[in-house]
Ligand binder design. Structure first.
Ligand SMILES: C=C(O[C@@H]1C=C(C(=O)O)C=C[C@H]1O)C(=O)O
Ligand SMILES: NC(=O)CC[C@H](N)C(=O)O
Length: 883
């Protein structure tokens, strides 16, 4: 018989790590109920009805003393039910409180750090070492005062020594016996570990007569040792309580780990007969460098034409280029997902306005989304007070049956290549779910093998931060840019930087001959023009294409005989110096950037974050601000060309929605992957936490990287986000499949070193792309943890919307794969406004001035590129108002 567990979720971002651990130990998925999802009488009835064998109460933000923070958890414990209960962190504190114990502030908040634990040998810790060989991860600001414990509660475990971040060199044996908590060698560089001061803080307890237990630490963290052993001991105690012998361990779920091809792979959608779309493609091996590299190719095909004949300068390449919006903007509606560092990203994708399937998709949340979410939550008579009510709205709570309330209904506008518009009232993710269900491309296994990349056509664009209103958060601010914007791209080029190849692809409708013809003709035309471009360049006709942005552009002009010749174009792609100066003279002088939160306000916000951390409301807050300037927007092409040269990044992108002065233009050089869903169901997130400036002196630069790698503060920040991403993946992944193949690696970019981890899991069959996005958006590295409460804190501190910044951009392919970055290090050009978001994670060890500097550092590469486009020369960053 399998053990059935109820997991009560106190709106934490680690609940699904417990979910995964319990699933492994029990061999069955637990039921998850949020702490306000059902009434206590209903829950009591279900417990009495024998629905579960035991109950686990999750960690969470806030304090058990606030009813809204614990809801059902406290009601349950107060009722003293005769069923085994394990409280974790907030759940542990609620257990103590329910019996009259006192909650107080801990001597200091401890988040994402390890302590050694000594225990009394109670059955909950059977087989687990006590003392220096047992290190656990802690995320708490409050604690249970041992002196306050009533006689019915028995203390079981205590910290021995201090705490420290996960250390260098112990990554692979993730804790276990990794630490020697409190030894002076365990604390290093910035942030510093705590040497212990002889603290002996209460870490576990048990009720003397009821089967109720609690632990203050987090058994589910990646870096906690013996977490599964502890949950197994709780299972053993549960069996004993029910008078049953301990069953053998369920078969290991580790076999579900993504392994060699063929292992436990879900069905492949592109082989399903139902697919309504097909892909037509041509492979042009060995032509990429010859055609001018991806940059040369993009500017040539989509960079512009003096004739204004379309955004694809190869006339006829784009069936409708240039007509839409009546503009003469040759770059209207173009995209380039640009692996600007080919060693870190093999493929790039580019395109413009396409064929008959092509649409521009723009979505805006309703202006009153925040009120709507609060009203939905409030109407349920839930325990959640108004402050946290929004957490109930639009919940996307997989595996729990929760989240039945209707998400806010916004407006989606679809614009076709001929300019016709369709307006739909919908929520974005609901629309996306339906689109992906009805748009699936089927290709033969041979074609699937012949296309080594995942994007075969589908959506390219971004999800804005405020879409959190559809993912359990609320839309506190109204964005000036669309909350989501995509192209439904049916014609594109893919380039393979590793094999120097170009692929030309077009989607068509399986049951439409004209659609098929359109696709074939487009592919043939573009392939011919790429070949002609390469040939002409080799013949010396396009000497410019090797040059980085800043050199001349060129345009392909078809001739009567179908052979193209290459013609240099001045003033479209890049200007010669004289023209550039002229253009700068025509633009109004560049004003200073304004910080949305000036220095004083930013420092105050950091202090407010630290107060929230101190009060147990959050474990880590990603605080940001916006730098913006009006009236002087550099030419996007020049800016992007400069940016990808001065700060190449693996998840860089050019996106231009619309045309002319109304266009929304993104110039992105993000180093961070949010989430990728590959073929065969592999999900991968690569969260970044930990940033240090680079130095021009190689020795100092190497030292800075080494210091970052060893930094206590940054390692704790990174661990918290790794646990958060494990949680988010755990909501949609096969039990036992979530793993961390790379923990806290250092990657170096033009201006910064970054600490990067990799989290992977295998998507459960039946978990759609939209399920994955709802489970993980917005990326945890941009919110902090626990996500929902921390986003509420951010909403109160930041004085405006984040918009595109902090969201995700990339592709969602019609073959059930996707790859989205985190939108950081991105210039957003909209109308006459140029804006850049920047920020960083605030933790208890933060120094406000240091955080302000880190925010400035993150904007530096962009400001330099803008400075260069302003004509400030070289590295001069644009001025920033310190207001
Ligand atoms: C907030 C930003 O970056 C985020 C914060 C980081 C950090 O705190 O070290 C690192 C990468 C991003 O996840 C930004 O670049 O604006
Ligand atoms: N992780 C948790 O459950 C934290 C509990 C509580 N909010 C504290 O900070 O102490």
């Amino acid at each position: 018989m399998e053990l059935r567990t109820l997991l009560i979720d106190n709106y934490d971002s680690y609940t699904y790590n417990l979910f995964q651990l319990i699933a492994e130990v029990n061999g069955a998925l637990p039921t998850v109920l949020r702490n306000d999802e059902v009434s206590w009488p209903e829950l009591e009835r279900r417990i009495a009805g024998g629905e579960w064998h035991n109950i686990v109460i999750s960690p969470g933000p806030g304090t058990p003393e606030r009813e809204a923070d614990v809801g059902l958890s406290l009601a349950l414990l107060r009722a003293q039910p005769h069923i085994p209960v394990l409280g974790v962190c907030l759940g542990f504190q609620a257990l103590a409180l329910a019996h009259g114990g006192a909650i107080a502030h801990a001597p200091e908040p401890v988040h994402g750090r390890l302590s050694a634990i000594a225990h009394s040998g109670h059955a909950l810790f059977e087989g687990i070492p006590s003392g220096r060989r047992y290190a656990v991860v802690r995320y708490h600001s409050l604690l249970v005062e041992e002196g306050s414990l009533p006689p019915c509660l028995e203390p079981l475990a205590w910290t021995c020594g201090g705490h420290h971040a996960l250390q260098l060199g112990t990554d692979d044996d993730a804790a276990g016996d990794a630490s020697s908590g409190g030894s002076s060698s365990s604390s290093s560089s910035s942030g510093g570990g705590s040497p212990g001061r002889g603290e002996r803080l209460l870490m576990a307890l048990a009720h003397r007569t009821l089967p109720h237990y609690g632990v203050q630490f987090h058994p589910e963290s990646i870096a906690t040792g013996f977490g599964a052993a502890l949950l197994r001991n709780f299972a053993a105690l549960t069996w004993r309580f029910h008078g049953q012998p301990l069953p053998p361990l369920p078969p290991s779920l580790a076999s579900k780990l993504p392994g060699p091809p063929g292992s436990a792979m879900p069905p492949r959608p592109w082989e399903q007969p139902a697919g309504s779309l097909r892909v037509h493609h041509r492979h042009l091996p060995g032509l990429l460098a010859a055609a001018g590299g991806s940059e040369g190719l993009f500017w040539h095909l989509f960079g512009g034409s003096s004739r204004g004949s379309g955004n694809c300068t190869a006339e006829g390449c784009c069936s409708s280029g240039g007509r839409l919006g009546g503009s003469s903007d040759p770059q209207a509606d173009t995209f380039w997902l640009d692996s600007a560092t080919p060693d870190r990203g093999r493929f790039s994708f580019m395109g413009g306005r396409g064929g008959s399937l092509w649409r521009r998709v723009e979505y805006r949340l309703p202006p009153n989304a925040a009120d709507a979410a609060a009203a939905v939550a409030g109407s349920g008579g839930s325990l959640g007070g108004p402050q946290h009510a929004a957490a109930n709205g639009a919940a996307a709570h997989l595996g729990s049956g929760g989240g039945s309330s209707r998400p806010p209904q916004g407006t989606l506008v679809l614009t076709a290549a001929d300019g016709s518009e369709q307006r739909i009232t919908t929520d974005f993710f609901g629309w996306l779910q339906a689109l992906l269900a009805s748009h699936c491309c089927r290709v033969s296994p041979e074609d699937a093998a012949a296309l080594p990349f995942d994007f075969w056509g589908g959506l390219v664009g971004y999800l804005g931060y405020e879409l959190k209103a559809e993912c359990g958060g609320r839309a506190a601010h109204v964005s000036t840019t669309p909350d989501a914007a995509f192209f439904l791209a049916d014609q594109l080029l893919a380039v393979d930087h590793h094999t120097d190849s170009i692929y030309v692809l077009a989607l068509f409708e399986a049951d439409s001959t004209s659609s098929q013809q359109e696709a074939q003709q487009w592919v043939d035309r573009v392939a011919a023009r790429v070949q002609a471009l390469a040939a002409a360049r080799q013949a010396g006709g396009a000497g410019d294409a090797q040059a980085p942005a800043g050199a001349n552009g060129s345009v392909l002009q078809p001739q009567a005989n179908g052979v193209s010749r290459v013609q240099a174009v001045r003033g479209s792609a890049e200007q010669p110096p004289a023209t550039k100066q002229q253009q700068q003279a025509e633009r109004p002088p560049a004003g200073a950037f304004q910080l949305r939160e000036g220095r004083q306000r930013y420092l105050k916000n950091v202090a407010s974050c630290m107060q929230a951390l101190y009060d147990g409301e959050s474990y880590e807050v990603c605080l940001t601000t916006m730098l913006s300037r009006r009236g002087s927007v550099p030419p996007a092409q020049q800016l992007y060309g400069t940016l990808r040269r001065v700060n190449p990044a693996p998840y860089a992108a050019w996106l231009r929605f619309g045309a002319g002065s109304d266009a929304l233009q993104l110039c992105c050089c993000s180093p961070e992957r949010f989430l990728r869903g590959g073929r065969g169901g592999l999900l991968e997130a690569k969260p970044i936490k930990g940033t240090a400036p680079r130095s021009s002196d190689p020795e100092q630069d190497a030292r800075a990287a080494a210091e970052l790698a060893a930094s206590e503060k940054d390692r704790a920040e990174n661990l918290m986000i790794v646990d958060l991403l494990r949680n988010d993946l755990g909501r949609v992944c096969e039990p036992g499949s979530v793993h961390v193949p790379a923990l806290m690696h250092i990657e170096s970019y033009a201006t910064v070193h970054q600490m990067v981890s990799t989290v992977r899991g295998l998507r459960r069959p039946g978990a759609s792309i939209v399920d994955c996005l709802r489970a993980a958006f917005p990326g945890g590295s941009m919110t902090g943890a626990p996500k929902i409460r921390t986003m509420e804190i951010i909403d109160q501190l930041e004085q405006g919307p984040r918009g595109v910044y902090s969201g995700s951009l990339g592709f969602i392919s019609f073959n059930d794969t996707f790859d989205l970055n985190i939108v950081i290090r991105t210039a957003v050009l909209h109308g006459d406004t140029l804006s850049i978001g920047a920020g960083g994670a605030i933790v208890v060890q933060s120094d406000p001035e240091g955080e302000y500097e880190e925010m400035r550092l993150k904007a530096r590469a962009l400001l330099r590129a803008i400075g260069e486009c302003d004509g400030g020369g070289g590295a001069a960053p644009a001025a920033v108002d310190e207001g």
